[in-house]
Design a protein. Structure first.
Length: 718
């Protein structure tokens, strides 16, 4: 952290990690997950390891069982993962991990089999020994989640060996396990006549709502005559059904009972006892109604093949139609217009942008096959791209031009095509719009709305302040004194943050209705236009997720990712509502909810995220309504999270925090923004960007014909 930021302190006396990390590196290079890390079931697995003896197998299992990612794996999946680890010998003096390594070198977890290793960290150009690793010790867990440069160097001090677990192997078996488990529950539901009126996507929502409960042999599950509201499906074991003193039935795996409880309260007609250790999947009526609504209403609803969600045409990342559009030429002038890049564009986009809103004759249309863009200041930079202001030469219209090197985009072409197709087809006042896309020899380009007001992080930094707030302690209460005032950070005032949160709610509602998960909501990805309105930007992680479907890619920023994303067990649009809860907390407090007590370890942050026993601390100045909404958004079980219940986004709009809020006025952009952009909001960041990246657009120093051919093949349809 730079010295200029050392003055920022929180209520505990430590540095305010969040808003103090406002440097270009902190913004642009923040950990944003592995955009290339899509879980696949068709990966080529390495050969099974030949374990020396049974003790090897036991050591690996005992070493992994306490890791976050293994803590909730079933035994069978864990065994499959262990048997696909392989042994790697390491000679004394060899470096197993190099600090700063990324890419393929950062996709492996290691368990020490024999020998000793030392862990070294470079601090101010000096290597410090910070730890040692011996048999059974593990390092590299975070590499199973996403690409993150190695934080330390690990070197062998003796001849040694390690077991290696590849990220793709881990993801393969976790995804296969989840799909199998969810598929089994769906099959169970298909056999329940009472639920036959549910659509397939509704059954999939219920799949995530089931809880697992275990009973010992001889214990009673339900009792005849008792009134209950819970439905049961047997996952493992055998049960006995008794009426009076007479056994009337035996129940086994996939059998169900108590389904009438989903309709209404009525006495149980029989007693069910566990004959063996019994595992049941259970669903209570309250949860059922919260997720889907009353079952009676669903059963009465007219079913029709035409009854589907209103949604736009499917957006698939193949880019199949791009190459069929008539070609046009795009010229990008930079370096004071002294140099020009020639790009391949598309005729329809070029004509529309050249027209500038004016009518053109066919003769004029045929002659205008070139679009000339003059590049201006650098606006921002991400891990894979940079964004500059550009002006169309003939009309003077200004845009934001996003440029990605093909060499970097090759790591995640599916995300590039997703962003291209999604932003081309969405149309919402609070979502960034794409006007054109084109490419040159070494780069890909997309032309977007210009958002001159910077981003929501700029607004937060400008608005955040240290306040003195009375905080009662035991001594002051006992003495009857006034509570002493403590210094603490406060973010935006609640009315201002309400405007931005509401804008994001409308944008996410639109995206979700069209089957799109945004997946990377944070202040830096909420852009501010010239009037002060907010728009979701940077759709690089956005993805089409079908109704009832799920995706497995870990993506997002560690402090913001949802528990279901962390654990790699599949997720859908639910992650966006979780990240909205984190963002709302950040806007109000100028700090993240899972980083206090302060930690720099992303794995520790993610452990807190998934641990439902870890409490979120709210500052005393935050309103009860704001706390309640945040707590409902940060519900760790996705199916119970506000935004995912039957009312969807309507539940959020109706929350007490938004009482009196004019949603219609905001949607029509008739509501005045609470804050107009200022030149000073992002001037420091832009200056830092300009100083750090003075290099002008240029081709890589050396590109082999094979690399160029691969780029052309992959991005042929861009």
């Amino acid at each position: 952290m730079g010295a200029e930021n050392s003055k920022f302190t929180d209520g505990e006396g430590g540095p305010v990690a969040y808003i103090a990390q406002r440097t270009q590196v902190g913004r642009a290079k923040a950990i944003t997950g592995n955009k290339a890390g899509t879980a696949k079931l068709d990966i080529k697995l390495p050969p099974k390891a030949t374990l020396a003896d049974a003790s090897d197998y036991d050591i690996i299992k005992s070493s992994l069982v306490n890791l976050l990612l293994f803590s909730r794996l079933d035994r069978g999946t864990a065994q499959k993962i262990v048997t696909h680890m392989y042994m790697l010998p390491v000679q004394a003096g060899d470096i197993l991990i190099q600090q700063g390594d990324s890419g393929d070198a950062a996709t492996k977890l290691f368990v020490v089999r024999s020998g000793k290793f030392e862990v070294l960290e470079r601090r101010k150009d000096v290597m410090f020994k910070v730890n040692t690793k011996e048999r059974g010790d593990v390092f590299g867990e975070i590499s199973l989640m996403y690409d993150c440069p190695r934080s330390a160097t690990v070197a062998a001090t003796t001849d040694a060996s390690v077991w290696v677990l590849e990220r793709d192997v881990f993801r393969h078996f976790v995804q296969a396990s989840v799909e199998d488990e969810k598929g089994q529950i769906q099959l169970f539901l298909n056999s329940v006549p009472l639920l036959s009126s549910l659509r397939a996507d509704e059954k999939m929502k219920l799949v995530d709502a089931f809880m697992e409960e275990s009973y010992t042999a001889g214990s009673r599950v339900i009792a005849e005559g008792d009134v209950g509201d819970k439905f049961y499906i047997i996952k493992e074991g055998e049960a006995q059904v008794v009426q009076g003193d007479k056994e009337v039935n035996r129940l086994f795996r996939s059998d169900f009972f108590g389904e009438q409880a989903l309709l209404q309260d009525e006495p149980r007609r029989a007693t069910v006892r566990a004959l063996t250790p019994l595992v049941c999947l259970t669903l209570d009526r309250r949860t059922f109604v919260a997720v889907l609504g009353p079952l009676q209403d669903i059963m009465a609803k007219e079913k029709s093949a035409e009854v589907v969600n209103q949604r736009m045409a499917k957006l698939k990342p193949q880019g199949s139609a791009a190459h069929r559009r008539p070609a046009a030429e795009v010229l990008i002038k930079y370096d004071g217009a002294r140099r020009t890049i020639v790009c391949d564009g598309h005729m329809d986009e070029v004509v529309e942008l050249r027209r500038g809103g004016q009518k053109m004759t066919e003769e004029h249309r045929d002659g205008e096959k070139k679009l000339v863009l003059v590049e201006g200041e650098l606006l921002g930079e991400g891990a894979f791209s940079r964004v500059c202001r550009v002006a169309e030469e003939s009309t003077g219209r200004v845009f934001a031009l996003k440029r990605m090197a093909k060499s970097a985009a090759l790591q995640c072409p599916e995300h590039v095509f997703c962003e291209q197709h999604i932003t081309r087809n969405i149309a919402h006042p609070f979502c960034l719009r794409q006007y054109a896309s084109f490419k040159d020899k070494c780069h890909l380009y997309m032309l977007f709305d210009l958002m001159p007001g910077g981003d929501l992080m700029d607004v937060l930094v400008a608005e955040a302040k240290v306040i003195k707030y009375p905080v009662a302690d035991k001594n002051s209460l006992r003495k009857g004194c006034l509570a002493p005032k403590m210094k603490m950070w406060q973010g935006m005032e609640e009315p201002m943050s309400k405007f931005y949160v509401a804008s994001i709610v409308l944008a996410l509602e639109y995206l979700h209705e069209n089957g799109i998960a945004f997946r990377d909501l944070k202040p830096e990805n909420v852009l501010i236009d010239g009037q002060g309105y907010a728009k979701l930007g940077d759709f690089g992680f956005a993805k089409q997720v079908e109704a009832g479907g799920r995706t497995y890619t870990f993506c997002g920023t560690p402090g913001y990712v949802a528990p279901e994303n962390v654990m790699g067990r599949g997720y859908n649009h639910s992650v966006d509502w979780w990240t909205l809860g984190v963002l709302m907390y950040v806007l109000l407090t100028a700090r993240q909810p899972f980083t206090s007590p302060k930690t720099q370890d992303p794995m520790e942050v993610m452990r807190r995220i998934v641990d439902d026993r870890w409490p979120i601390k709210y500052p005393p100045y935050m309103s009860d309504e704001a706390r309640d909404l945040i707590s409902k958004l940060l519900e760790r079980k996705p199916v119970k999270r506000i935004g995912m219940l039957q009312g969807r986004a309507r539940d959020i709009k109706a929350h007490p925090w938004f009482v009196g809020f004019d949603w219609d006025a905001l949607a029509a952009r008739r509501m005045d923004p609470p804050r107009k952009p200022k030149d000073t909001d992002s001037s420091k960041r832009k200056m830092e960007l300009a100083e750090a990246h003075r290099a002008e657009p240029r081709e890589p120093t050396s590109v082999s014909p094979q690399e160029m051919a691969e780029w052309d093949r992959v991005f042929k349809d861009f």
